[in-house]
Design a protein around this ligand. Structure first.
Ligand code: PLP
Length: 445
């Protein structure tokens, strides 16, 4: 095993073994997510070394594969969950209740039902609420357990406006109301344990000032809460640690980020908590895809591949850049000419492109491409639009390769419909989660 100190702080797509990836594509088919668990562990150890006195939770939403959760939990991470389903996965991966935080954003009723039921057997679970309504809805269900308040500090940062959460009205109670809300919650018997905020995702070094200001506001609030409401166990300043996607981008200087965080937070009588997702998994994953079409278009060459925005939506959704490498060309003895190419998927949307006019070795039908930095928000955001089954995922660990999640079939896509038609699925509410999808809040009053 590699020590944190020995592992490079960024793993570029060029560092992956082309022959190994090509063999995996041949063996498991395409499209295929490949995730290197050893790299996930290295990323965790490097970050943990920079934040030795912080509680580190992994934001499960970045990649919820059970193998990833188990590996990070084994390394010492707690798990931050965005839904009841993620909490279920976290507990199944071996986390104890005290290591699991559920961050409730406009939580569906069935999530709260399930969480409160689960809390009965897992009393150390922490629920982070982002509105007074959520606190009321928890109280309605009899919950008076560990409560953390998500606050909106009014500062956002991140790689795209759609992921800058710190100032978005949707998230958290405005910081200026936090003391009142926490006072009320404490008076009602909740076990107030923390305050939380998340500035945004993919925060880069040049946004360090925003990060500093954001953390300083959290520090001020923590001191005020400790003086006027109750002692806090932790101040959670979220995730958002950016990673380089482009060749010329430098990795975050973790030591500077850690120092800035500590300095900005100031003296607080509470533990610092952070909850990165992307940082652990992004460069541990690649997406392999077969080229099925090469077409000379009017202004570019279009390279058609079998992965699309349903497989990896980040380029379509955030104009995100992902490095692309032609594995077959790299393994070819012959040099190929470098020409501008547009790599596009099979989905009937003009936004279904992974890159436009990018200089790549001339692609041929049958080549295998690797799309880099696909370990975070890749499979997690995959969907079945155009009745496309989701791809398979394999993991690399200790020199072994194993299937971690099978490829879906069209049968998987259409089964819920067939079950509805043949009567094997109910169209009525049930108490099962997640089947109780339209549970009414009134039910529990
Ligand atoms: N915490 C919360 C509440 C989030 O919403 C997110 C992502 O959006 C994260 C943590 C993880 O962010 P990242 O993957 O950028 O570290």
């Amino acid at each position: 095993m590699t020590d944190a100190a020995d592992s490079p702080s960024v793993r570029r797509l060029s560092a992956w073994d082309a022959a190994e990836l090509q063999t995996l594509a041949d063996e498991y088919g395409s499209p295929l997510y490949v995730l290197d668990l050893e790299r996930v562990r290295q990323n965790y150890r490097r970050l943990a070394a920079a934040f030795p006195d912080a509680d580190i939770l992994y934001a499960v939403k970045a990649n919820a594969l059970g193998d990833v959760l188990a590996a990070l939990h084994e390394e010492g991470a707690g798990l931050e969950c965005a839904s009841a389903g993620e909490v279920q996965r976290a507990l199944e991966a071996g986390a104890s209740d005290s290591e699991v935080h559920y961050t409730a954003v406009n939580p569906p009723a069935q999530d709260l039902d399930w969480i409160v039921d689960t809390w009965a057997d897992h009393p150390e679970l922490t629920v982070t609420a982002g509105s007074e309504d959520t606190i009321d809805r928890l109280a309605d269900r009899g919950y008076d357990g560990r409560l953390c308040l998500r606050v909106n500090p009014g500062i956002g940062a991140g790689h795209h406006e759609k992921v800058q959460t710190g100032a978005a009205a949707k998230f958290g109670v405005p910081a200026e109301r936090a003391v009142d809300v926490l006072t009320d919650a404490a008076d009602r018997g909740f076990d107030v344990v923390g305050i939380h905020s998340h500035v945004g995702s993919g925060v880069s070094s040049d946004q360090l000032d925003a990060h500093r200001e954001f953390v300083a506001r959290m520090g001020d609030l923590a001191r005020e809460v400790s003086e006027t409401v109750t002692d806090l166990e932790f101040v959670d300043v979220g995730g958002g640690f950016g990673v380089p996607y482009r060749k010329d981008e430098e990795p975050l200087d973790l030591a500077s980020v850690a120092e800035a965080t500590r300095e900005a937070l100031g003296e607080v009588d509470a533990r610092l908590a952070i909850e990165p997702g992307r940082y652990f998994v992004a460069d541990a994953g690649v997406l392999l895809t077969d080229v099925n079409t090469v077409k000379a278009a009017r202004d570019t060459t279009v390279v058609g591949v079998d992965a699309g925005m349903t497989t990896l939506i980040r380029p379509a959704m955030y104009d995100a850049y992902h490095p692309i490498r032609n594995l077959t060309a790299d393994l070819d003895a012959d040099e190929r000419e470098i020409v501008p190419q547009t790599v596009a998927g099979p989905i009937c949307e003009s936004g279904d492109v992974f890159c436009a006019d990018r200089e790549l070795p001339a692609t041929e039908r049958g080549d295998v491409l690797a799309i880099g930095n696909a370990g975070a928000y890749g499979y997690e955001m995959a969907n079945q639009y155009n009745s496309r089954p989701r791809p398979a995922s394999i993991v690399l660990e200790d020199g072994d390769t194993r299937l971690a999640r099978r490829r879906e079939t069209v049968d998987d896509v259409t089964r819920p419909e067939r079950e509805a038609h043949n009567g094997s699925a109910t169209d009525r509410k049930t108490d099962d989660h997640p089947a109780a999808s339209d549970t009414d809040d009134e039910r529990v009053r």
